[in-house]
Design a protein around this ligand. Structure first.
Ligand code: CU
Length: 174
């Protein structure tokens, strides 16, 4: 059942800002995470951190280094502190730095991929509350290998000060 629903919902979440379907979407994502559990993770996640926020701030970025042992893609991120978590890329377009959602972030074997300010990042949107310096936030990362098999990695990201880095997704999302 999950397999047939997945493509639809993945497509839906990438279109961003769909408040009416979000609760339903969350429920399916949650189920998906549990259903995918148990598979051995082939990805090492290091140095996970999140840029802290101030009251009223709706979005921030999560950063980390991903190293896969086999061809893999990061296909989903979930966290209790944000209603929406998307992998974004930043790139210059017509002279302007823009972010775009990446439904899949491909990982090549043994080649570390940095998610860092100014580059790839996990955009956390519709934050439930401010994220304070020093606290830890759980992130669930869902990976898909070359055969389409999913696995999850749970990490604890440390919240660093708002000023931890200069460039990055502290601007309003899109
Ligand atoms: Cu972003």
């Amino acid at each position: 059942m999950r397999a047939t629903l997945d493509p639809h919902f993945r497509k839906t979440i990438m279109t961003c800002r769909l408040p009416s379907v979000l609760p339903l979407l969350r429920a399916f994502l949650f189920l998906g995470v549990f259903a995918a559990g148990g598979a051995s993770a082939q990805v090492t996640v290091t140095d996970a951190w999140i840029r802290g926020t101030v009251a009223g701030q709706q979005a921030t970025g999560a950063f980390m280094t991903l190293t896969a042992a086999a061809p893999t893609a990061l296909v989903r991120v979930d966290t209790p502190v944000a209603k929406v978590a998307e992998v974004h890329a930043m790139a210059m377009s017509d002279g302007v730095m823009r972010m775009r959602a990446m439904p899949r972030l491909p990982l090549q074997p043994g080649k570390a991929v940095d998610l860092k300010p100014g580059g790839y990042h996990v955009m956390l949107m519709e934050l439930a509350r401010p994220l304070r310096d020093g606290e830890t936030v759980p992130l669930t990362l869902v990976f898909e290998d070359a055969s389409g098999k999913k696995s999850t990695v749970n990490v604890k990201a440390t919240v660093r000060p708002l000023t931890a880095a200069v460039a990055g997704p502290s601007v309003p999302p899109h």
